[in-house]
Design a protein around this ligand. Structure first.
Ligand code: CO
Length: 212
């Protein structure tokens, strides 16, 4: 039996269509013509961090990839496909990695409890902890350590984006492509720019630079 909750989803969609058409009768017709979003958003799957909504964006304005703890894993074919399509076909100009305070994935990586299959994904976040364990272990206040770990994880993912062949090749061709790291406060709704901005190969450590 279909629950009232489930039925309300379709009813809500009808209301949403109506409200959009009232403001602009051509709204969906224009979207049908294609997309040219200026932003690729790489965010957490967390239901409290809806990409479009928190930046006031409409359909057609943000190309989105989400996974647990907004990770950029260089062997993740899903992420790489989204990134390649965004950079090389859609020609987006900005990639924003947006994490959030209170991230369950990051919290899991701070402890040793097993959560099943997802442990294998969390492993990538644990690797970030390992890189920064001296700084993180030095923070005695657990909440502060958690917040700092969330921020460091976002910065590492921006850095990992810059290391990909897709981003490096775009920069080599002179394509305008800017990478950014943001942290979102679930309890405040406020986005903070972590000022980890990459826009050219020169910013990469020698070790990661790819040459033709
Ligand atoms: Co999260």
């Amino acid at each position: 039996m279909t629950s009232d909750f489930y039925k309300s989803l379709i009813a809500n969609n009808k209301k949403w269509v109506q409200s959009k058409l009232e403001k602009d009768p051509e709204f969906f017709k224009k979207l049908e013509e294609g997309q040219q979003p200026p932003i690729l958003w790489i965010g957490c799957s967390d239901s409290r961090v809806p990409a479009n909504e928190i930046i006031g964006a409409n359909p057609g304005e943000v190309f989105v990839h989400r996974n647990i703890a907004n990770m950029v894993v260089h062997s993740d074919l899903n992420m790489l496909s989204v990134l390649d399509y965004a950079v090389n076909i859609l020609r987006i100009r900005h990639v924003i990695v947006c994490g959030h305070y209170g991230c369950g994935g990051v919290k899991a990586a701070m402890g040793n409890k097993s959560h099943g299959l997802v442990d294998n994904w969390i492993r990538h976040i644990r690797d970030v902890y390992r890189h920064h364990h001296v700084e993180l272990d030095g923070i005695k206040n657990v909440e502060h350590r958690f917040d700092t770990f969330v921020e460091l994880n976002i910065k590492e993912q921006v850095y990992d984006l810059a290391k990909t062949s897709i981003v490096q090749d775009a920069w080599k061709r002179g394509q305008d492509l800017y990478l950014h790291g943001w942290v979102y406060g679930v309890g405040t709704g406020i986005v903070k720019d972590l000022n980890v901005n990459f826009s050219c190969n020169a910013q990469l450590e020698e070790f990661y630079k790819l040459e033709s």
